[in-house]
Design a protein around this ligand. Structure first.
Ligand SMILES: Nc1ncnc2c1ncn2[C@@H]1O[C@H](COP(=O)(O)OP(=O)(O)OP(=O)(O)O)[C@@H](O)[C@H]1O
Length: 266
């Protein structure tokens, strides 16, 4: 149900305001539904998982939320600000400062021709950092935090393994202390042991930095470990949402039951 604009604006300015408030978000591709009437609140420090089979609308929803494509209908409020009413310049600024986006393929989120240190430092420069020594020091610190050895700081990402590239992408994203991080299948395409290590690292960073995260995945084990709340999508619609353990242990919707019984091995 879509809220009346006045009601919407009253809600987003309430003292216990969520960091992100999404109401009736809809995106169509011609006659095809990308996502339909999606509504949810995300509070500071909360991790929301979005699961569903291929084509269920997860990526469409994430890209509309992050402003990579424009929704046809609905509202998004970030920290009380109407995101869809922002100019492109304002939204880009938000993308450099408050938001971060971790792509499934690290190549989409890294500059492959720039050193590891340069990849992290570049984000700092994007928010106004200018002192070379400080930038390099902070980059070195972040490489350490994502378990990349200090002597690799001048290596290009193309010399890194897939898991290292993904950890570098995470460092590049988190170095500017964003409040909201979008993650699209961050562990997809990695070996199981590499995935486990990355998940562990992500869980620690999310907790330590108090990040709000929206994570899209088809892997229920990932959301079991990372997400406080879970949204299940089918054919562009949210068919079930709730606390992750509740949804996975006691799924109410037939589609979620099928999803859980067919893939859940955790
Ligand atoms: N650029 C596009 N043009 C036309 N239709 C699209 C486009 N992108 C997505 N769709 C359609 O929108 C629906 C949702 O797709 P979406 O990629 O969001 O699903 P998904 O759950 O992310 O799938 P996957 O897990 O395979 O990435 C599908 O029917 C898809 O065919």
């Amino acid at each position: 149900m879509t809220l009346h604009p006045q009601e919407f604006s009253q809600k987003i300015h309430a003292p216990d305001q969520p960091l992100l408030k999404v109401d009736g978000l809809t995106k169509r591709y011609g006659p095809r539904i990308g996502c339909l009437d999606v509504s949810f609140d995300l509070y500071p420090g909360e991790v929301l998982g979005i699961v569903g089979e291929s084509g269920s609308g997860k990526s469409t929803l994430l890209s509309c939320l992050a402003g990579h494509q424009r929704a046809d209908l609905g509202r998004i409020a970030y920290d009380g600000r109407d995101v869809l009413a922002m100019s492109e310049t304002e939204r880009r600024r938000l993308g450099r400062t408050d938001w971060a986006y971790v792509h499934q393929n690290p190549r989409d989120g890294l500059r492959m021709g720039v050193s590891a240190g340069g990849n992290v430092g570049e984000r700092l420069m994007g928010v106004g950092a200018r002192h070379y020594g400080e930038i390099r020091g902070k980059a070195a610190d972040w490489l350490g935090r994502v378990e990349i050895a200090g002597d690799r700081i001048d290596d290009r990402p193309s010399a890194f393994s897939g898991g290292m590239q993904q950890r570098l992408q995470i460092a590049r994203n988190l170095v500017t202390s964003p409040r909201l991080v979008f993650m699209d299948e961050p562990t997809g395409g990695l070996d199981v042991s590499v995935q486990a290590r990355l998940l562990d690292l992500l869980r620690g960073l999310v907790r330590d930095l108090g990040l709000s995260v929206i994570i899209v995945t088809h892997d229920l084990a990932v959301v079991r470990l990372l997400a406080h709340r879970l949204m299940v999508m089918k054919s562009g619609r949210v068919v079930e949402q709730g606390l992750t353990d509740q949804v996975l242990d006691d799924p109410q919707h037939a589609y979620t039951q099928l999803l859980v019984s067919s893939v859940l091995q955790v």
